[in-house]
Design a protein around this ligand. Structure first.
Ligand code: ADP
Length: 302
């Protein structure tokens, strides 16, 4: 299967900030590919390069076989882009926004209604409402409808679920799975590690580089080392003490607990007695399964 997106050693700096540092990967047709990484990882820069809004300093990339520098006009007609910030016109109504984006691409809403309908129907009851007055989840559905109105073969979605409630986030990922069944290739970014599981493959990125690319299952499966969740009365003292305990490779805060990566020489019994010796009170320890976030933390520490 031919790749829809090919990226080779793509680099981009702003002054002395290297936003993207020699990034290479490819995305196959129909793939739902996720870019996972914190703020500043370079995700938006990559989207802006691939949608031809900015030019690279170095390297090259193609979308549907078209070069991002030389074939920028053709690329703009082929792709749909939902930028991270609200991309709609707040003073136009829902309906007017959709019509506007259709007109921009020389098409009419009716021509793409079959593609947009499953998403647009959810906000159609509010079609006379100004976009600026919609909830986060509704804005997101309208922005996705607008990005699809010219029947793009590739969708670029930059943090589409940031600032959206959990239910709308989950619904949004259902919509992406639905679009995937229609053969649309999707590159989507998110800072929410839990959303990575909904992608076919993900790239873990940080500071302009890609640290790892694989399926979410393989990424979690390759964690290596046993993982425990630990907690105690004094979490800070626990963190300090655990880091120097026998057979502990790493210990880091993780939600309400600390995660502890155990290597050779570790045993829960020994750990408990060592913590008692350090006056750690009410210690709880249990085995847990690694998440994408654990892998991310591990890669960052390398
Ligand atoms: P992300 O989308 O993952 O948060 P960005 O691509 O927005 O990452 O940013 C990558 C790096 O480039 C960050 O350090 C950011 O501050 C910097 N950056 C992004 N856009 C600009 C710009 N227009 N001018 C200067 N620095 C920028």
């Amino acid at each position: 299967m031919k790749n829809v997106i090919e990226i080779n050693n793509l680099s981009k700096a702003y002054g002395n900030v290297q936003a993207l540092d020699s990034v290479s990967f490819s995305v196959a047709r129909g793939e739902l590919f996720g870019l996972i990484g914190p703020d500043g990882a370079g995700k938006t820069t990559l989207f802006r390069l691939l949608t031809t809004l900015i030019r690279p300093d170095d390297g090259m990339a193609t979308v549907e076989g078209l070069d991002i520098v030389h074939d920028y006009r053709a690329i703009r007609e082929q792709v749909g882009y939902m930028p991270g910030r609200f991309s709609l016109y707040p003073d136009l109504t829902v309906e007017e926004n959709l019509n506007f984006f259709a007109a921009l691409f020389g098409t009419r809403v009716e021509e793409s209604y079959d593609l947009v309908a499953p998403i647009y129907r959810q906000i159609e009851p509010f079609k006379k409402r100004r976009a600026g007055k919609l909830s986060g989840g509704m804005k997101q559905k309208l922005a996705l409808s607008c990005a699809l109105i010219h029947r793009p073969s590739v969708l670029f979605l930059d943090e589409p679920t940031t600032g959206v409630d959990a239910v709308s986030r989950s619904e949004f990922w259902d919509m992406l799975s639905e679009l995937k069944t229609k053969g649309i290739t999707i590159l989507v970014s998110t800072p929410y590690m839990d959303e990575a599981r909904r992608c076919d493959r993900i790239a873990l990125c940080n500071e302009g580089r890609i640290m790892h690319i694989d399926t979410p299952q393989n990424i979690v499966g390759g964690f290596g080392g046993k993982l425990y969740a630990v907690a105690a009365n004094n979490m800070f003292a626990l963190l300090q003490a655990a880091r120097s305990a026998t057979g502990v490779a790493e210990c880091y805060p993780f939600g309400d607990t600390h995660h502890l990566v155990a290597v050779e020489g570790f045993s829960a019994e020994l750990f408990v007695s060592e913590m008692q010796g350090q006056m750690i009170k009410n210690l709880h320890i249990e085995r847990c399964e690694p998440t994408i976030e654990d892998v991310f933390i591990k890669l960052m520490q390398r």
